[in-house]
Design a protein around this ligand. Sequence first.
Ligand SMILES: [Zn+2]
Length: 560
Amino acid sequence: MNCNKKLPEAPSQPLWAVAGRLPLVAMVTAAALATAPFSGFLNRNREEALFTDIWLYAGLYVGALMAVVAAISLVFGRRVGSRWSLVLGWCAFALFWYRDLKELADGSFLKQVFPAQGLVVWVVATSTILVLVARLSRRSWFPTAAMCFAVTIAVVPLGQYSWFSVSSGDISGVSSSAGPTVVLEQRPDIYFLLLDGFGRQDVLDALYEIDTGPFVEELRQNGFVVADLGMSAHPMTWLSLAAILDQEYQALPSERGRPPTMARQIALMAGESRTHQVLKANGYHFVTAATTYGSLCRPSLISEIEECVNERPEVDAAILDAYVRYQLAFMTPLVGLSNSGILPGWLSSLWLQGPELLEDEATVGGKAFLARDVLDAVATVRARGGSEPLFVFAHMMYAHPPFTLGPDCKFRTRGVPDQSDGWGDTAAYRSGIECAVNQVKDLIHGVDSSAVIVVQSDHGPTLGRMDSLDRAINDIGDTDLPIENLWARTSVFSAVRLPDECQPSVSDTYAGVSTFTVVFDCLAGHPQIPEPGSSYWAWHNSRKVIDLTTQLRAYEASRG
Ligand SMILES: [Zn+2]
């Protein structure tokens, strides 16, 4: 009783007094401005990143800013605090504004006007607005107006992100996983070697001067049919690979567009696809060699009969975390400054520390496994004495940036490669291709000669910078369509080794959704040539889906 009487006044009065000295409107503005880059990041990367991946960084950033402006307000008073909240809030936002502004400047006349391009444009634009904010902050209407603006840019992307997350479930109608059962007469081991980003022979030859002729010849001598006009169903891994495994397009050029998130496609790739279910029904067991942070080998309908190669969730989680930190740093001028050696090492290590995992021997330069790891896993399963046929899936990232490995699949460089160059770094891409070729050969030589082997890429390379196709979706239909780039990206390397009697059922367009239909028809005893597939374009930054098949085939024919 006594306690209650004593407590109320003493501690709460100073608290109220402290709160009264804080410029709340300006502080909310600052907090919102500092949050906006993170909510924008979350919305842009909603396919890969989750709220849980970035909340800590956003919290620390906003928290530090709040501590600074609160201290300034308490020492120098409310008016000064309000002004500094607005100024520092703007700075907190502008730091992450760099990459967008640089890209805008690079694509405009400003590139000619300013010699140092992005950095100068960013400094000029940021300081102009800074002066404006400092002067306007004295006006009575300004803090409230600034708060409305800041809260809007922080909240709108969060709203979009939430809407996409909630609406992700409604795409089950796309899947054909529940199709008719197929009874396989022959049940050889089946190897599916997915060569991520490995270009088709003619694309590599014409646009990169990389000669895969000897590799193709060797495959043919080993009983493979190589399809020289293969095209991917879609240009992005999560759609294209899901289409191969589910034997169905994942995005259609209709009202529906492309799926809003990857949830359904990840489930298909992990074991719920039509291909997995047909194989499971026919008594197959699974060996999966996965690369990326847990999108494969995660709990699924096949988990109980699946062996995972190099399953290391802690490394996967660390790589994802490193990726998020690197992407955040990439929005600021810090990555460029750090690359030119201006920043102290401890600061750079905030985002470079993670990708050092790419230099870890145990992660094979972030590529997760080599052919011998896959063969070891198969040997382990066999040593247990089971006689079930195996479906061995290896998602090989050697020909996909960042190109950490040399032609012999040993480390190519130390230090974190500049990811923005992507496939544009021809020498690095050549190394990746050669490493991939070596791994495929090692696997082919290491497996039973009766095994069916599919070697296929999910999409080809992107010409120039990684983001050079970002605007293509708007140019489709125009005369200045970047058709060569689209052709390079959609053309896929594709080869298959089937029992001899089925070889005539492999057409020169063999790829995409009919990849496993052809294999199953063969093993079921009625080989047939499927209809040629389509290529439906979809990209990260749009819900639109466009049928490019006719244009691509016409362009291909015109190249001769
Ligand atoms: Zn890919």
